[in-house]
Design a protein around this ligand. Structure first.
Ligand code: FAD
Length: 117
């Protein structure tokens, strides 16, 4: 049982890292295709998240707070907000979403500059 909790937490940390990093790298001014891609990714992330109980909880949260795909900052703040909803339900500290901008850096800034993301 303790082992399961440890694995669930590890999966959660890895998933949140990828989730927030994707949102931090989303275009500032996405075109229609990019918006559709993020919408689909988030839909499938919720649907396929491997911890079934977590996925079910998260689906309720995302139904209440639909994904914001209009810009990088809107998406990043939305992601921070829904993660905070999960934090609240687990009695964890709430993250300050005003600092989300600098927090998720994948070290890919060079790619962006050279246009080979
Ligand atoms: P995590 O919540 O994993 O956060 C990792 C790091 O992200 C933190 O250390 C902090 O630096 C940063 N962070 C924290 N809050 C935010 C925020 N709001 N925005 C941006 N960055 C932030 N576990 C359960 O037991 N029950 C569940 O129902 C459940 N549902 C989940 C649903 C999803 C979609 C995901 C991805 C995970 C879920 N988890 C659930 C796992 C849980 O959210 C944690 O990942 C796990 O408990 C480990 O917590 P942690 O304290 O290490 O920090």
């Amino acid at each position: 049982k303790l082992g399961n909790e440890t694995l669930k937490a590890e999966l959660g940390r890895a998933s949140w890292k990828l989730f927030h990093t994707i949102l931090a790298r989303y275009p500032e001014a996405p075109d229609e295709d990019e918006r559709t891609a993020l919408q689909s990714y988030l839909h499938l992330f919720v649907r396929l998240y491997p911890c079934g109980e977590c996925a079910e909880h998260f689906r309720v949260i995302v139904d209440k707070f639909p994904p914001q795909v209009s810009s990088r900052s809107a998406a990043a703040v939305w992601g921070c907000h829904v993660h905070n909803e999960v934090n609240k339900s687990l009695n964890k500290e709430v993250f300050d979403c005003a600092t989300i901008g600098e927090f998720y850096d994948c070290g890919c800034a060079e790619d962006e500059k050279e246009g080979v993301a």
